[in-house]
Design a protein around this ligand. Structure first.
Ligand code: NAP
Length: 480
């Protein structure tokens, strides 16, 4: 309890309330729960969660009820599950509000709206449903149910949220869902799946200034765990004083985006794996999208979605600072990102060799762009030296979930400029090897930033603020 109180005080600037999950405490502390409210400066919620709802309390219901009866008087709220018997309600003194909760760790029960409406046993209770969307459609179901409950207010207070990675928008957009509060916990000590850190919630997403009319932007795709787009767009929205928030929206089926746009003031989205081709087909596509066959930006218009591709300019901007007009280049990979790269390089007149694990895909892309194609094997690699002025790595290899270096069998000689689209915290294995061999390298984070600058312009009609820009990498040192 002392550690919990220290954490609460250390985070006091970012939180308005503390929930004591007493089921996480050592059993010896349970008789002293009443002391906790005096140890912190914020009004606490007392929760003793049973194992059946994902908690750790295994002491049985009579013991739980006794603990609540002994401690509840010192708390502002007590969380009680929807199925506990009346004796629990009687254990809570007048003046302490009950959060009447339902937890589903396996899915989203239906009809969720009606279930939430029927949770409170009196108008003074706050309904809480924490459910688990397993796919994007279920996340949109949660938002639809919450929105269907109408404006929140006295006697209709509720918390409707999705746990896990699909539920993240329901936590950040609490105001849009009419939620009474949202939960977060420290990244290093996460208390529930999908919790955001208070720093991320308040400093990155500006949770305190989000209201039901705040415009929503986001990145759609799956998986999104390594997307850095929120870290780029939210500080820019803040610096430009735009009343909008940019959230990760994990969707496995892009068709759900239309339903989401009917429920939220959604103005635009970045589109990532695996939806770029589908987005090109479902939108009123700009010329670059039509020619590249991939869309990474959807902007909402009165007639639906307009599709744009900012990867092309995003790719070219850091390249121009290093090699303004490469004569020959090798492109490794033939997926969606390679399509934008091939289009961009051909627009500079660069002759291309496209190498891919699946040779047919390399051949098909090469055919579209008048390029050469090869399989990513020893015979293909033997052709790279003739195209080695610039080597662009566009496969998804190089991240922890797909580790490695697709050109491991190619020895860099030092004159190559090596550009890796994949980005992580530091240099990817291929860029580390290239740098050790004396090559100039371009890191995927630069392209990510540049394509985001253009997206920002498309989303907001404003320039990406200078103060929120990532400084471009220094040009390579001259080599003898
Ligand atoms: P994609 O359409 O799924 O294509 C994946 C490509 O990677 C294909 O060529 C695939 O070859 C190849 N590949 C995957 N695993 C491989 C392995 N183990 N060995 C050899 N080749 C392998 O994906 P994408 O949209 O092109 O994106 C690719 C990467 O670029 C992603 O990591 C993405 O984050 C990054 N990207 C970065 C930016 C940026 O702004 N920096 C922009 C766009 C994309 P097969 O055809 O044989 O399957």
């Amino acid at each position: 309890m002392a550690r919990a109180a220290d954490l609460a005080r250390a985070n006091a600037a970012r939180i308005d309330m503390v929930e004591l999950r007493a089921d996480f405490l050592d059993g010896g502390e349970l008789p002293h729960l009443r002391r906790f409210p005096d140890m912190i400066g914020t009004p606490p919620i007392l929760t003793i969660r049973r194992a059946a709802e994902g908690g750790r309390f295994r002491g049985g219901e009579p013991a739980r009820r006794r603990l609540i009866a002994a401690a509840a008087g010192g708390y502002r709220y007590v969380d009680l599950e929807s199925d506990v018997d009346r004796s629990f309600d009687e254990a809570v003194p007048a003046g302490v509000r009950v959060i009447r909760s339902l937890h589903d760790t396996g899915g989203v029960p239906q009809p969720l709206g009606r279930i939430v409406r029927e949770l409170p046993r009196s108008p003074a209770e706050i309904a809480k449903a924490a459910v688990t969307p397993r796919i994007g459609r279920e996340m949109v179901d949660v938002i639809e149910a919450a929105r269907g409950l109408g404006a929140a207010g006295a006697g209709r207070e509720r918390i409707v949220l999705g746990m896990g990675r699909f539920g993240v928008p329901t936590r950040i957009l609490a105001a849009h869902l009419g939620n009474y509060l949202t939960f977060c916990s420290l990244a290093a000590r996460s208390a529930a799946p999908g919790h955001l850190d208070p720093d991320a919630m308040v400093d990155l997403y500006r949770f305190r200034s989000i209201h039901a009319g705040t415009r929503v932007l986001g990145v759609v795709g799956t998986p999104l765990s390594h997307s850095r787009s929120p870290q780029l767009h939210n500080p820019a929205l803040a610096a430009a004083a735009i009343d909008a928030v940019y959230v990760p929206i994990e969707l496995d089926d892009l068709a759900e985006l239309d339903r989401l746009a009917r429920l939220l003031p959604l103005d635009g989205c970045s589109v990532t794996i695996p939806h770029k081709s589908r987005a090109a087909r479902m939108s009123d596509a700009g010329e670059t999208v039509r020619r590249v066959g991939a869309c990474n930006t959807l902007v909402r218009t009165p007639n639906g979605w307009r599709g744009e591709n900012t990867d092309v300019r995003g790719f070219l901007a850091p390249l121009r600072r290093m090699v303004p007009a490469p004569r020959r280049a090798a492109v490794v990979g033939a997926g969606g990102a390679a399509r934008a790269v091939a289009f961009a390089l051909r627009s500079l007149g660069t002759e291309l060799l496209i190498l891919n694990r699946t040779a047919e895909r390399a051949r098909a892309l090469a055919l579209e762009h008048g390029a050469m194609a090869a399989r990513l094997d020893a015979s293909g690699l033997a052709r790279v030296p003739a195209y080695s002025e610039l080597i662009v790595q566009t496969t998804s290899m190089g991240l922890p979930d797909n580790p490695g270096d697709p050109l491991a069998a190619y020895a860099f000689r030092g004159h190559e400029v090596v550009y890796d689209l994949v980005y992580g915290e530091g240099l990817t294995p291929i860029l580390q090897r290239a740098r050790e061999a004396g090559c100039a390298v371009i890191d995927g984070r630069q392209m990510l930033a540049e394509q985001a600058y253009e997206q920002f312009r498309l989303f907001t009609g404003r320039e990406f603020p200078e103060s929120a820009r990532t400084p471009p990498a220094a040009p390579p040192a001259a080599t003898a």
